[in-house]
Ligand binder design. Sequence first.
Ligand code: TYM
Length: 351
Amino acid sequence: MTDAVQTPHVGQTKFAPRVFSGIQPSGGLTLGNYLGALKRFVEMQDQGMEAIYCIVDLHAITTWQDPERLRQQTREAAAAFIAAGVDPKRSILFNQSQVSAHAELAWVFNCVTRLGWMNRMTQFKDKTAGKNAENASLGLYAYPSLMAADILLYHATHVPVGEDQKQHVELTRDIAAKFNHDYKVDFFPMTLPVIEGAATRVMSLRDGSKKMSKSDPSDQSRINLTDDADTIAAKIRKARTDAEVLPDLPEGLKDRPEAKNLVNIYAALSGKSVEEVLAEFAGQGFGAFKPALADLAVAVMSPITSEMQRLMADPAEIDRILGDGADRADAIAQPILARTLDIVGMIRSRR
Ligand code: TYM
């Protein structure tokens, strides 16, 4: 169990602790999303922090999405949040496009953000690598500015994410600092990324140098939150490994990315440290370790998968939950957007 998160550093105390995070509904969610994000969302909620969780459908359309599938995947993501333990009464759960203030604040941030900052974003480079970058959408390029708007629209102080989102949260701080500086205000907080646990970067089951991702063409590379027990066990059995036995110390996993990944997954699923897992399995090969990991993964994931299926049977109820969450999110967002536009110098005279 992780310790309670720290409140932001001195000077930021005027901002009450508030958690914000988001997941794209651009495909089915994976074990990486669960261990790197969803599980952490539930822990922070259960530590009693005020938490706002968002299914970022506006981010999803930065790459092509079939409209009907997008709606389906958005509901599926909502079901995954709830099945994993996000309580839509205690926390706010909604889809981004229902709160238009996200897009409005993003426009203001597009005018604060410098092109040079955007050009350094590694995710854009990764997503366009090997493709014609000229043909990428403008939205994909501006994506981190919308993400900063998601976070700062709620004056969020803590953002639990996997390692791949660290650069985006750092950019969010740069945008907040430049806005505060340019307009001579202390309006936006310096948000902290919260990147903790054994599984902040779950790797592909087929290639230990690649992140497990919903967009990987190989389904064997990932465990989907919709996979049944047999599929999960088969994917773990077939996961790429090496021929050596497990070491007794974490240093022994250096230069063994596939082995390290499976040990990290075991640690994150069991709530044990990597040291504890190695103490249990040192000297054993994957013939013994993989079945133990498969049993553990099935035991943890199956209840979530079946709860997701139960929730998905009532899409109207999911839509109702998202609408209720959007109303509550909007009530927090509107005064912050209004104040932002006021600071920037916009006339606000409509009744
Ligand atoms: P997305 O949808 O790619 O991933 C959602 C969350 O899951 C984490 N994650 C992983 N963690 C560990 N191992 C993996 N293999 C793995 N794959 C994904 C991600 O780090 C993320 O925390 N830009 C974000 C969505 C977003 C957002 C936000 C997040 C939009 N606005 C505001 C936080 C705050 C994204 O594409 O995540």
